[in-house]
Design a protein around this ligand. Structure first.
Ligand code: 5RP
Length: 305
């Protein structure tokens, strides 16, 4: 027994004299959050690029069966392997997304009025249900300057409090009302308000003038929404400019799932976000995939009905 003890002591190597390498977290503004939250964020943002391609298909919660989202099983599931993170509601997650894809989920956690009414009169779900769904983050709409500004900021604050308790990051989604201009001044203000109130990441819109100021003024990662469907070259150009200006990726919906070839489109977006492809190169990739008759996601699925 005494001999055993002596042997194992001799075999040990404590690396005396080798300093322990300091750890700095790779996402801006998030050094001081807890381990679990960092781990969840590392599932969303690829540590190799510090960026993400999130696939947003939560539109139904305000818009009903949006074009391209009528049948999640046919149009979205083929895209799942190509996304870094899925953004959807708990209803769609449970009903239409099999729990076998091993992708992190950013759960839409606020809900209220629809496009048939004044938007953004919302409440938030109980974080316990997000945890039950193994969400890697939760997202709440924040309507700065809108009639429900205080209510939506309160929703964000509540999720940040609860998320902090359980290590679940919160994404503030800057809502844009009908009459609001999507300029750098407004988007910068709205994004900053989200971060000041504790959002760990912010989703906002790209603006062609001054987006770098929107990013610089927001101390946590920003991802951009794609907005309404654009021609593929314009959507790729927007993604390219956004990441060049400092965005940590995209949370794109319609410009992917409404594209003529959604799988080719999400792959082209990935090339821009993760591999630094220029918009022209990404468009070539897109066209090449279309030309080569690679799987076409939505259209293939429809033909197979
Ligand atoms: C709606 C959302 C959507 O998820 C968001 O708009 C992203 O989708 P798209 O790229 O189609 O704009 O947050 O409030």
């Amino acid at each position: 027994m005494a001999d055993d003890h002596r042997e194992s002591k001799e075999a040990k190597e404590f690396g005396i004299g080798i300093p322990v390498a300091p750890h700095t977290y790779y996402l801006r503004g998030l050094d001081n959050v807890d381990w679990g939250m960092k781990d969840r964020l590392a599932r969303i943002f690829d540590p190799r690029s510090a960026r993400t391609v999130m696939l947003a298909f939560d539109h139904g919660y305000i818009m009903g069966p949006t074009s391209g989202l009528e049948r999640i099983d046919l149009t979205i599931l083929p895209l799942v392997p190509h996304a870094d993170c899925l953004m959807c509601t708990r209803g769609i997650l449970r009903a239409s997304v099999p729990p076998v894809h091993r992708k992190p989920v950013c759960l839409r956690a606020s809900a209220g009025t629809t496009v048939l009414n004044e938007l953004n009169d919302e409440c938030v779900l109980d974080l316990e249900d997000a945890i039950r769904l193994n969400a890697s983050a939760v997202a709440a709409m924040v309507s700065i300057g809108g009639p429900f500004e205080a209510k939506t900021v309160r929703n964000l604050v509540r999720l940040v409090d609860e998320g902090g308790r359980y290590g679940v990051p919160v994404m503030g989604v800057t809502a844009v009302g009908k009459d609001m201009v999507r300029d750098a001044r407004y988007l910068g203000l709205a994004s900053r308000v989200c971060a000041e109130n504790g959002a760990h990441l912010v989703k906002t819109y790209y603006c062609s003038e001054g987006f770098e100021r929107v990013v610089a003024g927001c101390p946590v990662p920003i991802v951009i929404a794609g907005g309404k469907k654009l021609p593929e070259n314009e959507a790729l150009e927007m993604a390219y400019r956004a990441v060049s200006d400092g965005a940590a990726g995209v949370d794109m919906g319609r410009n992917v799932f409404q594209a003529d070839n959604p799988i080719a489109m999400i792959q082209a977006v990935r090339a821009v976000v993760h591999d630094g492809a220029k918009p022209g190169e990404a468009l070539e990739l897109y066209r090449g995939a279309v030309g080569s008759g690679s799987p076409r996601g939505r259209r293939t699925a429809r033909r197979g009905q």
